[in-house]
Design a protein around this ligand. Structure first.
Ligand code: ZN
Ligand code: ZN
Length: 122
């Protein structure tokens, strides 16, 4: 139980406010690593709570427009972990994959490959 408690403490979750099912959901699938390419529902929720809007530099579209993106692509050995997941709106998600405007860095500090930091395209 102590490992569980320290995990909860790291994530600032008060275990008393969670049901058993929620504890399971909050802890188990948040870092899936290489086990699955698919972002789990709890991961998506966690990314939305953390990011709140598209994280492409200069964009603030709300999560309703968004997808969860692997910063290091799955095909490049990226992991399905929160540190490698970021919320992007549809437009920027498409841009990152198909428009040659890749993102690098970390979930906390994403960097646009375009280098101007604006993330704007015409
Ligand atoms: Zn993506
Ligand atoms: Zn965007």
């Amino acid at each position: 139980m102590s490992a569980l408690r320290s995990l909860l403490a790291q994530r600032s979750i008060d275990p008393r406010t969670l049901s058993d099912r929620e504890v399971h959901e909050e802890l188990e699938p948040l870092d899936v690593g290489r086990a699955s390419r698919t972002v789990t529902a709890p991961q998506r929720r966690a990314v939305v709570v953390r990011d709140r809007h598209c994280r492409f530099p200069g964009c603030d579209r709300p999560p309703g427009w968004g997808d969860v993106h692997h910063i290091v692509h799955w095909l490049d050995q990226g992991r399905t972990d929160l540190d490698n997941l970021i919320l992007l709106c549809r437009r920027h998600h498409t841009l990152v994959h198909e428009g040659g405007s890749g993102l690098s860095g970390t979930a906390r500090r994403p960097v646009s490959a375009r280098g101007d930091g604006s993330g704007r395209i015409s």
